[in-house]
Design a protein around this ligand. Structure first.
Ligand code: GCU
Length: 336
């Protein structure tokens, strides 16, 4: 009888010891290792590009401040699709976060075109005054019209034209060329206004379009021109700074609504902190990219003031078409 009790006590002790170990393991695991949420984040730029580094900073900050409850997996290089595909999936929550060019948002929320009209800003500081002010906040909120939540602004510098066969030194040079543009009606109209033929091509296919001669040129900022190797094919880079297209960090509204207020606050704060970081590394990367391209044979063409004015004057129809209903906002931007 005594022996039986010893065995029973031993079994009970063993069971409770195992239960305690499981419990400790489970709570430790829950608290430290197993996130409550794992979200996907999309970027179409490469792994060491300033926006992707900004995205990763954002993911790290969120992980740290939620003590591992929210894990964000950044997928770059268009692994999750083109920007247009990503935005479409975000509408339904398939992808939680992304960094996208505002031209792609403007295809779905037309008013967004106001933020990247050609020759709208005097310089980078002008654009940042606008984005960091009331207008910037209003436009972050406008993304709600497409079931997105705008979190913060990233820098993408100024865009310039580049060409493969002959340099663009004046409006007459670009007239008649086939120029790659983003999948954006406004960008296409901008190129048409210069007498060139716009060809809408997804970002990841531009290199092969330049290689095959489908296009005679394209337009982009220094870091994209360099990181996508376009400088190896299009040796003429014309500084006309025709447009500044900011980029936005966005969250799917479906995902946003799943989170409680405290987590939403953390996500907003981390997005903004990552944006300051991105802006800082953006400036360094612009210089580095220019050095790499020029060191490998890129010829830089600086447009004269008179020629730049001709480019700008050619935009009057674009302004008429895209400003119509939004003159108040445009005047506020110009006067900022
Ligand atoms: C920018 C931007 C990309 C965009 C690309 C383009 O470089 O960062 O998000 O796709 O322009 O020209 O398509």
């Amino acid at each position: 009888m005594k022996k039986k009790w010893i065995i029973i006590s031993f079994i009970m002790f063993a069971v409770s010891a195992i239960a305690a170990v499981v419990l400790i393991w489970h709570s430790k695991h829950k608290a430290e290792n197993v996130p409550e949420y794992v979200f996907l984040y999309a970027d179409n730029q490469s792994a060491n590009y300033p926006t992707t580094l900004g995205d990763k900073r954002f993911a790290d900050l969120v992980y740290e401040r939620t003590k591992g409850r929210i894990k964000i997996d950044v997928k770059c290089g268009a692994e999750l699709g083109s920007e247009a595909e990503v935005i479409n999936q975000m509408k339904y929550g398939g992808i939680a976060f992304a960094r996208v060019s505002t031209t792609q948002l403007a295809e779905r929320i037309p008013e967004m075109n106001v933020l990247h009209l050609p020759y709208l800003y005097d310089d980078s500081s002008h654009m940042w005054r606008v984005l960091n002010g009331e207008i910037g906040e209003e436009f972050l909120d406008k993304t709600r019209e497409y079931n997105l939540v705008g979190l913060s602004w990233y820098d993408a510098g100024a865009r310039n034209f580049y060409s493969t066969e002959k340099p663009i030194t004046c409006v007459e040079d670009i007239a008649g060329m086939n120029i790659r543009v983003q999948e954006s009606a406004m960008m296409a109209d901008m190129v048409s206004a210069l007498g060139a033929k716009p060809v809408e091509i997804v970002f990841s296919d531009v290199y092969s379009a330049l290689q095959k001669g489908t296009v005679d040129g394209a337009e982009n900022n220094w870091p994209s021109y360099e990181s996508m190797n376009h400088y190896k094919l299009a040796k003429y880079y014309t500084i006309d700074e025709h447009i500044r297209v900011p980029e936005m960090q966005v969250c799917s509204e479906v995902v946003w609504n799943m989170l409680d207020k405290a987590d939403q606050k953390i996500i907003k704060e981390c997005a903004r902190e990552s944006a300051s970081y991105e802006r800082q590394i953006w400036n360094e990367r612009e210089k580095e990219s220019r050095e790499i391209a020029v060191g490998n044979g890129t010829q830089v063409i600086n447009l004269s003031v008179e020629e730049k004015k001709k480019f700008r004057d050619a935009m009057s129809d674009v302004y008429e078409k895209y400003c119509g209903d939004y003159m108040d906002t445009i005047n506020k931007i110009i006067g900022d």
